[in-house]
Design a protein around this ligand. Structure first.
Ligand SMILES: [Zn+2]
Length: 123
């Protein structure tokens, strides 16, 4: 039983959309890394090689993409454990239309507006 008012096939579509967005961010990070590798020093390369791949990818991502990737991972986890669609701040159901427009949002409209009034969190 899912917390969301979305039906099974709508949820499946959102999941696919999330996976697609995730892979496009990861692909972008690989391109970005390829650009960077031509300019880094030998010392930097040795240091980078000692880090694990996931960590390395997130370091090379733009802040905005990193935030989105984190939100996507979290949304996928919620779909898996059946809590997807619940606002993280007030625990109310997030409207289905809002989830379809922004599948990885963690907040309902009211809570997002509340947060945006004092920060610029990417939603
Ligand atoms: Zn809320």
């Amino acid at each position: 039983m899912n917390a969301t008012e979305l039906n099974e096939s709508e949820l499946q579509n959102l999941k696919e959309s999330l996976l697609f967005q995730k892979s496009s961010i990861l692909n972008k990070s690989h391109e970005f890394k390829a650009e960077q590798s031509s300019v880094v020093s030998v010392a930097d390369e040795a240091e980078a090689a000692s880090q694990d791949i996931a960590n390395n990818i997130s370091i090379h991502l733009h802040e905005r993409d990193r935030t989105a990737l984190y939100a996507i991972e979290k949304a996928l986890g919620k779909i898996a454990d059946g809590t997807y669609g619940q606002c993280e701040a007030c625990s109310e159901m997030i409207a289905a239309r809002r989830l379809q427009a922004r599948p990885f949002t963690a907040l309902c409209i009211e809570c997002m507006e509340e947060q945006e009034s004092h920060s610029n969190i990417y939603q």
